[in-house]
Design a protein. Sequence first.
Length: 270
Amino acid sequence: MARAFAARLEHAAPSRLRESVGSAVETLHGLVAGLGLTPAELRASVAFLTDVGHHADDRRQEWVLLADVLGVSSLVEDLSAPRPAGATPNTVAGPFYRADAPDLPAGATISRDGKGEPLAVSGRVAALGGGPLAGAVVEVWQANGEGRYENQEPDRQPENNLRGRFRTDTQGRFAFRSVMPAGYALPADGPVGRLMAALGLALQRPAHLHFRVTANGHERLTTHVFDRDDPAIDGDAIFGVKPELKVEFRCTTAGRTVDVDFVLCPLRQG
Ligand SMILES: [Fe+2]
C-alpha cells in the first residue's frame, strides 16, 4: 500500500511538500502495519485527533501542546538552532512570551504586585570564544509564585507583571529583582492531558525563568534557566531541561539569588 501511494505521488512536482508527505505516509504505513492496527483503534485515533482539533483556537492550542509533550517541539528547536559546545542551548519560547515587555533600568524589579519570595537575578552575556557583550538586550518573563503567568490571569496580575527588558553594561552584566517562580502543570483538561494521564505521564514543568538575548552580530538566544532543586527537574513535560540550564537558586536571609551566564554564537555567514 505504501508503495502504491509513493507511485501515485510521483506524478506530483518535486517539492519539499511532496518529500514530506511521502516520508510521513511511508512511516505511517509502517506504523499501522507494525502495530496491526484494528478498525476500532483507527476510529479511536481519529476521535482523539478530532478532539485535539476541538481544543484548538486563538486562546488555546492543543496541537502545540501535543507537539510539546511528544518532544517534537524541542526536537525541531534542536535541529533548527544547533549550538556548539560552550554556547548556551536554545529552547522553545513557549506560549507566554510577549514581545512588548517594558524597558527597565539595571537593578529594577519586574514584580509589579510585590507578591512572592524575593529573588535577585544577576547575569553576564558573552560571545562564544570571546569577551563580554555590552549593550545586549536581555528579555525576561516568568511565572509567579503560584506558577501562573500574567497573561494567563489578566484579572489577577498587573499588566506586564514579571516581564522586563534590560541592557547589559560594558562588562556584559545585567541585574534585576523579581520573585521566585513556581513550577506549573500544563493543561490537563483536554485530550492531550487525558492521553498523558492514561500513560501515567506527568505534565509538570520545573520552576524556571525564560530569557531571550539579542546582541549585534550574534544569533538570538531564546532559553530557560531551571531550578536544579525542583522535584520535577528530571521530568520536564516538554523536554526543555538541558544540563547547562540547571542553576541553583540560593537561599539567603533576604530571599533567593541566582546567577546566570549566557554565551551567544556569532551569526553564521551565508
Ligand atoms: Fe514557562
